[in-house]
Design a protein around this ligand. Sequence first.
Ligand code: SF4
Ligand code: SF4
Length: 437
Amino acid sequence: MKSKLLSILESLRELDTQLIQCMRCGMCQAVCPVYQETGLETDVARGKLSLLDGLLREILKDPIKVKKRLERCLLCGSCQANCPSGVRAVEIFLRARTIVGLYLGIGPLERILLRGVISNPRIFNGFFKLFKIVSKLLFKEAHPSLGTSCSRIPLPVLKDRHIKFQTKPRETKRLRFNTTRPKGHTVAVFVGCVIDKIFPTIKDATLDILLYYGYDVFIPETQACCGIPALSSGDLKSFEALLNKNLEVFSEREFEFIVSSCPTCTWTIKEIWPMFSKNFTSFRDTDIQKLSNRAMDINQFLIANLDLNAIPYARNREDQIVTYHDPCHLRKSLKIWEEPRKLVRTCTNNRLIEMPFSDMCCGMGGTFNIKYYDMSSSIAKKKRDYFKATGANLLTTACPACMFQLHDIFSKNGDNIEILHTIELLSEAISCNGSTG
Ligand code: SF4
Ligand code: SF4
């Protein structure tokens, strides 16, 4: 009890030093996707930061209200990227969620999912296999070419969702592993839950490309979730367990880089792990720092290390017009937008057309999509409108969570569109050209 109280007080003290930076200018209003939907000051960063100014008082008065207000946020970082005072709003919101989590405890369903399932990779895999079997009874095909499904019977929890389950293996052949190429660095791959469970083809493409270009690849079988779902639910205990598990499995081999095709995972490893690891005594800061210093987004890694002239373009896609959606954690948190575009331009022979507001959030936001599905969908609809304005029929992006959200909105509207990760496009370009790169 005493240590819980001390943790709350310590976190409140850290929060206070960050909150004074906000000068209440309101520039975050112009870019907040939730505020643009609701027009409520309580939903924008400035409103949330005012609430947090008196967090202890507010928590003692009505902790549920504080929790709910904090949950009405995509953690997209648009406010932070547009803030003239450099307020680290996403970090503040995450910290505030953990304070509320410490005070209120974790709800029973979140406890089962986070501590019972997600924190244990083997149980998580088994749970997902079981879910896939059950889902065959519950869902029917919705959009054959997008591979989505919708519920057979109306269920309030599912609403009118079109869900992407697991991607089928690619029709194009897997790349030949070029064993004659001299080996370069050893690269560890952080797969991430959404890629592992929903888009395994992105994992295949990432692995194929790294092997193709001569890297030694290390993918620990029992790597765990990066921990961001736990942290955004305020569950520091699960976050610590997941961090510990990942530290353990990634210490089994030496490697020069740890790359991920999920920007949320890369951002979490790079920025969130070192930020929050200070709360724990179960591991050393230096071990975390070693991993976070080596973390790179796959697009960034490939552009930094490959000769673009050696990358062919996907001849099978010559008729397609392509556009690109910027994932929030890649563009606003990691400041990476040139690299994925360079890959897309190269792979499509310069057929990339920019979409208006390509960096506008798609509305996914992890648990936000579950708790505020109607608002999440309404934000995604704007993204669809901007996509339509380009006349493109191929939408590329570099984030599996965005892909999940985009599949839903385009499928519900019966659109004739393909959605690919930049890495899938590159793997396809190399594969269909048989180039040696
Ligand atoms: S968070 Fe930044 S942009 Fe928003 S009101 Fe505060 S200082 Fe202004
Ligand atoms: S993180 Fe995104 S949704 Fe949350 S307050 Fe900032 S801009 Fe709005």
